[in-house]
Ligand binder design. Sequence first.
Ligand code: PMP
Length: 439
Amino acid sequence: MTTATQTNADLFARAQAAIPGGVNSPVRAFRSVGGTPRFLVSARGPYVTDAEGREYVDLVAGWGPAILGHAHPEVIAAVQEAAARGLSFGASTPVETELAELIEQRVAPIEKLRLVSTGTEATMSAIRLARGFTGRDLLVKFSGHYHGHSDGLLAEAGSGLATFALPGSAGVPAEVAALTLVVPYNDLDALRAVFAEHGDRIAAVITEAAAANMGVVPPLPGFNRALVELAHAHGALVISDEVLTGFRVSKAGWWGLEAETDAAYTPDLVTFGKVVGGGMPVAALGGRAEIMERLAPLGPVYQAGTLSGNPVAVTAGVTTLRLADDAVYARLDEVAALLQREVSAALAAEGVAHVVQTAGNLFSFLFGDAVAGGARDYAGVLAQESWRYPPFFHAMLEAGVSLPPSVFEAWFVTVAHDDAAVSRILDALPAAARAAASA
Ligand code: PMP
């Protein structure tokens, strides 16, 4: 049991002795911002509380899932009730179909859906399925996009990897990495060139529906649509990764934001995670029935999981999605817009050159004059004065606001960010902006 007398520093030291780097996912180690990670013991609404009993307004939201805020009473009640009926059956349950139906109703390109436990599994399985369906081996991904940590996707990625400035990862065989072609984001000419050279060997292009793992970099208008047309012209599939954007930026994810516009597009496969599990380990891949039915037991593409469709986890996801109505998304948009404005004003008041990058209610900041026009790809993101972020981050943390511990991450709002939580954030901004200015 953790008690309030244990300090974060003590807990980190103990964790480092038992766990590599003291963490179970690299970005939590604060490597890019320095200092001691906070060991959290509880979370409620817009707040998280650490082992020392300090409360922070949270803008990480579990890296995305907590659109309703932490520990929403209805979600917790549903989970408790499900848990009391048994934790894991390893057999089919009614609630799995409910989640699949909910997703299929909201996102038209999804005709069939399979549940898995993590975003990594979802993208890994989607890629295997695309290869099995097309009979081709090559995969195209965009530089700075993150799709989890399966071998073929660690050819060059954002998120933790950008932070650590590693080219890929040790342990990935060169032969596996060589099956992935990495192209600059938002660059249709580069994509055309890759298809011109390797078109008949490309199984799929995988893309974040809107990139948010190198900071936020939205697709240029029409990019997703043009990408689908190009891939289809060469017989390749498009896997739209909505693990982060799905059911966060709108009721129908990023696809839903573009569906009613000239940029409407129809991906072949879509991956989900985060919000679909409401904070528990659920992710999914879905798409055209013709493709999805190639999965075992109907087809030859093997995919499975002891914990897939876990009843307690799926209950959290179903309850979260049911509660995420139009009013929730309107409030997320409102809080996001307000924070963008206020952070920007605070930075401007201290003369810190910056750009706000947005994709729906997701946003992040780029620092410095060199990025005045904003960034449209990974090279653009790397051109910023990233050293201004750590002092900004720590000033916010000192004032009781928990931001993502890396400049290469999006900020996440929740519907629970009420006026009290928002004003705590606003109060912390002037000192943080001064810290960024003097970095
Ligand atoms: N795809 C995207 C777009 C993501 O943002 C992430 C996680 N941040 C993943 C895949 C991997 O998901 P997980 O961490 O659940 O494996």
